[in-house]
Design a protein around this ligand. Structure first.
Ligand code: FES
Length: 63
């Protein structure tokens, strides 16, 4: 599914980038160009980033 229509970027492409360590909205913008035109995708990108980022404290609690 397309998340950023302006740059023709799909959720799969964003997920792959996040899995490769590009895990901030700013970094995704720099890498894929998303969010720079109309900005309508920013909310969805933020949701994907938040879904995939585990707070540092939670990792420390597991360890
Ligand atoms: S939909 Fe992503 S910048 Fe327009």
């Amino acid at each position: 599914m397309y998340i950023c229509i302006c740059k023709a970027v799909t959720d799969s492409q964003i997920q792959t980038a996040i899995n490769d360590g590009i895990n901030t909205r700013k970094a995704l913008h720099q890498c894929l160009g998303i969010g720079s035109d109309c900005g309508k995708c920013n909310r969805h990108v933020r949701e994907l980033v938040n879904k995939n980022n585990v707070p540092t404290g939670a990792i420390q609690a597991i360890i």
